[in-house]
Design a protein around this ligand. Structure first.
Ligand SMILES: Nc1ncnc2c1ncn2[C@@H]1O[C@H](COP(=O)(O)OP(=O)(O)O)[C@@H](O)[C@H]1O
Ligand SMILES: CC(C)(COP(=O)(O)O)[C@@H](O)C(=O)NCCC(=O)O
Ligand SMILES: [K+]
Length: 254
């Protein structure tokens, strides 16, 4: 079995694949001050609960958009899994034709999403990933990754309101009854949920117009389900797209 790991700015998502089947997946907080051994305890406990022994893991693949914790993570997998992780980055075969001005600049999570998206949904394709940031990726009919858009994520935008406006509380991210909020919490929920759904539809429609395409539209990331329900352009939510992309990239580098 292989261990796939995606390190985002908020969460580290881990998955265990046996062949093409994801048998376990877990989510940890991305903690920039945790030590190798602190992360080690966590993954050791997860493996124990799952009844998995480190020796059973034949390989580890890692994508990260958090450079400051890379050294800790590399050491973590060597020390606690006994495997040097394959790191999604320069020198690794992704099979993706990246047409960003500087391909090294694209977040590894976006690359891995695109790999899985092409494989499972075909092209042309738009992928929306609701993470710390919301990212939009466009893959054209020929399978080339052209780039996309990056906006402040749902969680951090909501947090900014609470932190910067004295009278605005911290709210639960949930769909309100009406577009017209008649109290502060409902008004914030309306703005965030319907606003972000509208943002997705606006950006997707612009892509369709500028490139004269009718792409498939897939959403992933922590908050995808919530926004997708209100969006008119998202067709599918695939919460495990990134892990699937990691599995495919691992296969391509065997
Ligand atoms: N299962 C979940 N249900 C609800 N919210 C979630 C879930 N997982 C993550 N979130 C929230 O979604 C946001 C983005 O998380 P995530 O997709 O893990 O981001 P990143 O990839 O940047 O680490 C965060 O605000 C996180 O708290
Ligand atoms: C845009 C991102 C911050 C999204 O990260 P996440 O929200 O998943 O933590 C990440 O993909 C990143 O740092 N990208 C590098 C810049 C780019 O893709 O152009
Ligand atoms: K992500």
């Amino acid at each position: 079995m292989i261990l796939v790991v995606d390190v985002g700015n908020t969460n580290i998502v881990l998955g265990l694949y046996e062949d093409k089947n994801l048998t376990y997946n877990w989510r940890l907080s991305t903690n920039r001050s945790s030590t190798v051994d602190e992360y080690g305890i966590l993954i050791h406990s997860l493996f124990q609960i799952a009844g998995v022994r480190a020796e059973q893991i034949e390989g580890v693949i890692l994508s990260s958009v958090v450079p400051p914790i890379m050294n800790v993570l590399e050491e973590l997998f060597v020390k606690y899994v006994g495997r040097e992780p394959l790191i999604v980055g320069p020198g690794i075969k992704t099979g993706l034709n990246i047409r960003y001005e500087n391909p090294r600049e694209v977040g590894a999570d976006r690359i891995v999403n695109a790999v899985a998206g092409i494989e499972h949904y075909g092209t042309p394709l738009v992928i929306v990933d609701f993470g710390t940031a919301t990212t939009f990726d466009y893959i054209d009919a020929s399978g080339a990754y052209l780039g996309g858009a990056i906006v402040p994520g749902v969680g951090i935008s909501t947090e900014a309101l609470y932190q910067r406006a004295s009278k605005l509380p911290r709210i639960e991210l949930a769909k309100p009854r009406s577009i017209i909020g008649r109290n502060t919490v409902a008004a914030m929920q309306s703005g965030i949920i319907f606003g972000y759904a509208g943002q997705v539809d606006g950006i997707v429609r612009r892509i369709c117009k500028e490139f004269n395409v009718k792409p498939r539209v897939v959403a992933t990331g922590g908050l995808a389900e919530l926004i997708a329900g209100e969006s008119e352009t998202i067709e599918t939510v695939d919460p495990l797209l990134t892990l699937e992309g990691l599995r495919i990239v691992y296969e391509r580098n065997r």
